[in-house]
Design a binder for this molecule. Structure first.
Ligand SMILES: Cc1cc2nc3c(=O)[nH]c(=O)nc-3n(C[C@H](O)[C@H](O)[C@H](O)COP(=O)(O)OP(=O)(O)OC[C@H]3O[C@@H](n4cnc5c(N)ncnc54)[C@H](O)[C@@H]3O)c2cc1C
Length: 302
């Protein structure tokens, strides 16, 4: 979707929003798949309510992009614009055991920065790409921990009130790759409360998690991490592996031969290829195990 109207373009500039015409989402997502649309980069959190009413009044649908590491975006010209926060400097400020973090901060860099200041707890998430906002939205987790465990407070634009509000951690429910935020809420910042630990000890944990990822995941290939959520008490990857589906492909979309729940873009896969592969694998698992796998990857298809 393209914004041509000069009056809207002028208002965007007044709201400190940078407009990038025809951005290729394939360049902005870790899967390297996705068509084109206008990208609106937000420099000031305060302008969000006015920006969203501007889009609303002009019937311009939108989606929020973090680091693009959990997304499968449709092909061709996309029927909505994409909003993304610009990362401020500094993006993490420490105050005792509290870390005040901007939603646009890079998750890995934030974890490393906190670790160097003897604040741990998040070691399991090292190696998870993307932003802190995206991690909050998805309640990112790995190796027995999840970001939600450390959330003290979230500042967000709430679609229900159309205002920027602050929620305490205990007002939010964080479940396995699911949160109680509304689909149109936008994370702006978070305060994490992290346990004190000596840097050396945190580093040990980080190295163990890095090694686990390196030995089991196709890190050199384009992916969005796990495609499916694990059903209660079972492993999606194990079921796919048991069916012998590693290496199965549709065009350049392929079930990784390293980790059966990672689907990779082995060249120039389209969203159509990847969606067909996901549907095919889901059907085979349903037939053989009677389990309906739910997507972990977020699909933005027209
Ligand atoms: C190699 C690899 C390994 C991975 N390993 C893991 C893992 O171990 N555990 C895990 O949980 N995930 C993992 N992932 C998936 C992904 O990295 C996480 O889900 C990550 O937290 C997504 O963050 P993002 O900023 O990239 O979000 P995006 O992919 O940009 O967006 C994901 C969703 O969050 C929403 N969103 C993003 N930012 C905001 C915001 N500020 N406000 C509101 N909504 C927002 C988007 O609209 C979208 O619905 C992995 C991915 C890869 C490529």
């Amino acid at each position: 979707m393209r914004i041509h109207d000069p009056s809207i373009v002028g208002k965007l500039a007044e709201l400190h929003v940078e407009l990038q015409y025809g951005a290729a989402l394939s360049d902005l997502t870790s899967l390297g798949i996705g068509g084109t649309t206008d990208l609106l980069r937000i420099k000031k959190h305060e302008s969000l309510p006015d920006l969203l009413s501007l889009l609303d009044v002009n019937d311009i649908p939108h989606k929020f992009l973090g680091g693009g590491s959990n997304l499968l975006v449709g092909d061709g010209e996309l029927p909505w614009v994409v909003l993304q926060l610009v990362r401020p400097e500094p993006d993490v400020v420490l105050d005792g055991s509290l870390a005040r973090v901007d939603a646009a901060a890079d998750l890995g860099r934030m974890i490393t920065f906190c670790a160097k200041n003897d604040l741990g707890g998040m070691e399991g998430l090292i190696g998870v790409p993307g932003t802190v906002g995206g991690a909050l939205r998805m309640n990112a987790g790995a190796y027995g921990m999840q970001i939600g465990n450390y959330v003290r407070e979230v500042t967000l634009y709430r679609s229900a009130s159309r205002k920027v509000e602050i929620l305490r951690g205990d007002q939010i429910s964080f479940e396995y790759r699911h949160t109680s935020f509304a689909p149109d809420d936008m994370m702006l910042a978070v305060i994490l409360e992290l346990p004190s630990k000596p840097y050396k000890e945190i580093l040990k944990g980080i190295r163990i998690c890095n090694e686990k990822r390196r030995s089991s995941q196709p890190l050199g290939q384009k992916s969005a991490g796990c495609i499916f959520k694990n059903p209660p008490g079972a492993s999606a990857g194990r079921m796919i592996d048991e069916l012998g589906l590693k290496g199965l492909s549709v065009g350049d979309a392929q079930v990784s031969d390293r980790h059966a729940n990672f689907f990779v873009n082995a060249g120039h896969a389209s969203a159509k290829d990847m969606l067909a592969l996901i549907a095919g694998v889901r059907e085979r698992v349903q037939k053989s195990f009677g389990v309906s796998l739910e997507n972990e990857v977020v699909v933005w298809n027209a």
